[in-house]
Write a protein that binds this ligand. Structure first.
Ligand code: FA5
Length: 341
């Protein structure tokens, strides 16, 4: 007869889960001694059968329970061993991930957008490809103006569906008429974005630079309104206290027109490539919106007036961070790009 104690001892010796299952199935279950014992019961009397049956059933239960608890134990041990092997020591320094960073220009643009929002301006980025008409004629720049000639403007080979020449916008003033018609009046509109010019490059001139346009159309808008908002914007974005000067200038789409310069915060006028020893850096072109632009937008210039300004964001960022050459912003040098985030 099967000795349960011997079978239990054998089970105890096994120390891996697959082997235990195999042994249990082959030896203790399918062809195990118990089965043989059950087979012999046919020849026994009723009383003997009853006795034997109860002994064998108890042995079967004991062995099955022992097997199941052994299997559970082994599988827990297996899991624990795996966990120990895969243990990650979180006290060790990890490998640093290579993190991206914002470019200086993106940081300054975001701040300009904050100022727009703070002053309740709608923001519309416009589009970098515009028709020659939008860029020039819609804002009262006659096609005979030198700015429309090839040396200032980058032309595309394509035309728009109506056959108008396409160019890369040279300023966001190109959207003034379209935006007045799109949003209606009164209007306070901010338009930041890249602009493109066919330029001789130097420390303060690039062929692509960041620009931000401000346009206000309302009744009775005055130069005082313009000056007040200009002061607030520059003191917010420039950080450093620096002298600002406003001087008369000419743009065909304003009357009168002004330019605003800031004192060079980098060299204080001694010498640097950005201001070229002139002390002043031109930052803004501006003026009171020309009646012809207001008429082009379908409004009566006797009723509606406004001011507009275009800020050179690349130069503004250079002054703010003391960068001597705006071409650093776009030359792809990661050491420069990463040093501002
Ligand atoms: C204009 O583009 C006008 N549209 C501004 C304006 C808007 C006038 C609304 C009146 C009413 P300007 O060409 O001066 O103006 O350019 C505006 C500013 O962009 C300049 O003051 C300067 O800060 C900057 N800027 C001009 N050319 C470059 C360049 N090549 N690279 C970097 N910044 C430039």
């Amino acid at each position: 007869m099967l000795d349960t104690k011997i079978a239990l001892k054998e089970l105890e010796k096994l120390n891996n889960a697959p082997q235990t299952t195999e042994r249990f199935q082959k030896y203790l279950w399918k062809s195990w001694a118990l089965n043989e014992e059950f087979k012999t019961m046919g020849a026994l009397s009723f009383e003997e059968k009853k006795k034997m049956g109860s002994v064998l059933s108890e042995a079967k239960t004991t062995l099955t329970d022992a097997y199941e608890s052994k299997e559970r134990k082994l599988s827990m041990e297996g899991i624990n061993q795996k966990l120990n092997e895969d243990l990650i020591d979180i006290s060790l320094d990890g490998k640093p991930l290579d993190q991206g960073s914002y470019s200086v220009l993106a940081l300054v643009r975001r701040e300009i957008e904050e100022v727009y929002k703070w002053m309740w301006f709608i923001i519309d980025y416009g589009h970098e490809i515009v028709t020659k008409y939008e860029n020039f004629e819609s804002v009262n720049i006659p096609l005979t103006h030198p700015a429309t000639e090839m040396h200032d403007t980058i032309y595309l080979k394509d035309t728009d569906p109506s056959g108008l020449l396409l160019i890369l916008r040279t300023h966001n003033s190109a959207h003034q008429v379209e935006d007045i018609m799109k949003y209606g009046v009164p209007l306070k509109l901010g338009s930041p974005g890249r602009v493109y010019r066919f330029e001789n490059m130097d420390a303060s001139h690039d062929t692509m630079f960041r620009y931000a346009e401000w346009l206000v159309i309302d009744k009775n808008v005055s130069i005082a309104n313009f000056k007040d908002t200009m002061k607030k914007i520059l003191s917010w974005i420039l950080w450093k206290a620096t002298e600002i000067r406003m001087r008369p200038s000419y743009f065909p789409f304003v009357e009168p027109g002004f330019e605003i310069d800031a004192q060079c915060t980098i060299c204080g006028g001694k010498w640097c490539s950005l201001c070229k020893q002139s002390w002043w850096i031109e930052l803004v072109g501006a003026g009171m919106v020309h009646p012809n632009v207001i008429t082009n937008a379908g409004l009566d210039p006797k009723e509606w007036s406004g001011f507009a300004r275009g800020i050179g964001v690349s130069r503004l960022a250079a002054l703010r961070y003391g960068i001597k050459d705006i071409r650093y912003f776009t030359n792809g040098d990661l050491r420069f790009a990463k040093s501002f985030s």
